[in-house]
Design a binder for this molecule. Sequence first.
Ligand SMILES: [Zn+2]
Length: 168
Amino acid sequence: MYRWLAPLLLTLVAACGPLQADAVGVADGLVEGHISPFDDSPAITNLDPALLRAVRQAARDAAADGVELYLTTAWRSERYQRKLYDEAITKYGSEHEARRYVSTPGQSRHVTGDAVDVGPTDADDWLNRHGRAYGLCQTYANEMWHFELATTPGGDCPPMRADASARR
Ligand SMILES: [Zn+2]
């Protein structure tokens, strides 16, 4: 009588199973849209404390200049980074191409809590002009939103790498 039910359930399990296994959430540093650097979710609290202090000070000073500064991504779990990396391989067609845009889980500065992606574009501009006062530097030439604590406050930023695949 309910013979139709078994194939239906199998189809549902097949559709949902991999999604469940892949699902990343707030505990992995997932950010829906964007997040304030003053938020207390894992994406923010798992950042390196010195980086977080610098970003928060920059955000306060940007706000005083009339520029809202938020983060589109900050700390990410290895699992989350693996998912992004796998998606990039699919999108760009090879690991070699993917690595120009997304680091491997073992190399990502986001996984170690040493990088933030800043938005919106006005805030990227602001931070590119003022970031080194806080030690914050854009480190990849092709990612104007990606900042790391890469110098001492007021120091010079190191030369940018071309992209995430270019090692120091
Ligand atoms: Zn980044």
